[in-house]
Design a protein around this ligand. Structure first.
Ligand code: ADP
Ligand code: ZN
Length: 215
């Protein structure tokens, strides 16, 4: 499948994307994950992106488009892909439209995962991530705690709050989302092949996507 997932930070795009990859071998393309890997690797792109990310601001469109132009041409995308966290702005959406036309790729569907703001806030503040870069297991202090407080079940490393998951950065990410990314909903409604899925459970979102695509 060739699907774009829209939704606020914390709406569950990453979780849904992972569940969908298991259905047909499509790959998850998370711009956030790619950027975090670049920051860890200390690459040029990583150095440019780091400060924006820490503050909960968006990384400039030109950097993201260069990165995605390469990513979408990798062999593993031929089978299908799930765009998770991209596009994030109207200029990115316009540039993506041109890029897809150039690469002769047709998207099957644009999905908006629509989760109430209170649920999102609660989820983001309680999320914890394993500090070990090779593990990165995700926990939640309320709904999915580690067995031993603060220690990853899988690898024994400390679990931490991501730099951009402090209260200040979260509220910045949500206002960035409202100002820059939420307008994509109207944009893709007009473009067609758009579906809004108002579900807080990732399994329900996956069910709705399967139905829509006839899987
Ligand atoms: P979330 O969706 O939970 O905010 P992500 O992991 O998708 O987190 O992204 C983390 C950070 O990476 C964002 O706050 C932003 O700084 C940067 N980022 C990710 N994707 C994009 C994008 N398409 N355009 C600009 N910045 C991005
Ligand atoms: Zn771990």
């Amino acid at each position: 499948m060739k699907v774009m997932l829209l939704g606020a930070p914390g709406a569950g795009k990453g979780t849904v994307a992972k569940l969908l990859t298991a259905l047909d071998g499509s790959v998850q393309i998370s711009t956030g994950d790619i950027l975090r890997a670049e920051v860890r690797a200390g690459s040029d792109l990583g150095k440019k992106a780091e400060a924006f990310m820490k503050a909960g601001d968006l990384v400039p469109d030109s950097l993201i488009m260069d990165m995605m132009e390469k990513r979408l041409q990798a062999d593993d995308c031929r089978q299908g892909f799930l765009l998770d966290g991209f596009p994030r702005t109207i200029p990115q959406a316009e540039a993506l439209k041109k890029l897809l036309a150039k690469l002769k790729i047709d998207l099957d569907m644009v999905i908006n995962i629509d989760v109430p703001r209170e649920v999102i806030l609660d989820r983001l503040c309680t999320r914890r991530t394993c500090a070990n870069a090779n593990c990165q297991a995700i926990y939640n202090v309320k709904s999915n705690p580690t067995k031993k407080e603060g220690i990853c079940d899988k690898c024994g490393s400390p679990v931490i709050q991501r730099d951009d998951e402090t209260e200040a950065a979260i509220s910045q990410r949500l206002s960035t989302y409202n100002a820059k990314t939420a307008p994509l909903i109207g944009y893709y409604e007009r473009e067609g092949k758009f579906r809004n899925i108002p579900c807080t459970s990732s399994d329900d979102v996956v069910k709705a996507v399967k139905e829509t695509l006839g899987l």
